[in-house]
Design a protein around this ligand. Structure first.
Ligand SMILES: [Zn+2]
Length: 239
């Protein structure tokens, strides 16, 4: 049985997982969430972890990679090779749009809060030797019972972490408060996104843990899959 905790904020999760003495974090948060994370980790009694699974290189998921890697010298990062340009750039990649009016409202709020450019600290080059690229490894060689899924669509570097029957999907899906579809608020490539929902369904998780919102069951993806081709992405967000 995997022990699961959340060391993140109200907006973005930083999942902490533990099984057979192996400790895994999934994503960080915004750069400014670092003091909150330290506080949470301290209260939880966590001073080190073995792996950080980075679902994609966005400002709200990769924001405090540098201080985390500094703080935990034994920590290694598992990511897609396609995350590298974003990690070097320190900014979300271009392209895509919002899938619905509710998502547009959330994005406008981000713009008003000064997060519209989606900048984050560039990865410190000295840490790159501690990255394991999912394209190059078999995840179960490092963590028994674990599997990595390529889930492009939200971004091209999006990956998911399946451990036993729990799926940590980053922003390949999102559980919004007042919106029934589990679509994330920004989709770069709708066709790839749709394929990734099928990949998640085929992986047969019993529960899905998104980067944003409460965990949910896979039946919600099955119910929404047919509506994905109807989505028209709107690329222009004005505050
Ligand atoms: Zn996100």
């Amino acid at each position: 049985m995997i022990k699961i905790a959340d060391l993140g904020t109200d907006f973005v999760h930083c999942w902490y997982l533990e099984k057979d003495g192996r400790r895994v974090l999934v994503d960080t948060g915004y750069a400014e969430d670092w003091p909150h994370f330290i506080q949470q980790a301290k209260a939880f009694g966590l001073d080190a972890a073995d792996f950080l699974f980075l679902t994609h290189a966005h400002d709200d998921h990769a924001g405090f990679l540098n201080p985390l890697l500094e703080q935990m010298p034994g920590l290694r990062v598992i990511a897609s090779k396609k995350a590298l340009p974003g990690l070097h750039r320190g900014q979300n990649g271009p392209g895509g749009g919002v899938p619905d009016a509710d998502a547009a409202a959330v994005c406008r709020q981000m713009v008003r809060e000064g997060r519209g450019r989606h900048l984050f600290p560039k990865i410190d080059e000295k840490f790159l030797s501690r990255f394991l690229w999912l394209e190059d490894i078999d995840l179960h060689d490092f963590l028994s019972g674990a599997e990595g899924l390529f889930l492009p669509g939200h971004t091209e570097d999006s990956i998911g972490f399946l451990w036993e029957d729990r799926l940590f999907c980053g922003d390949a899906a999102q559980n919004r408060l007042a919106y029934p579809m589990k679509t994330t608020i920004w989709i770069q490539d709708l066709k790839a996104y749709q394929q990734s929902w099928q990949t998640m369904i085929d992986a047969k998780p019993v529960r899905i843990y998104p980067g944003h919102g409460e965990p949910f069951g896979p039946e919600a993806l099955e119910a929404g899959l047919g509506a994905l081709p109807e989505i028209r992405l709107n690329p222009s967000i004005k505050a």
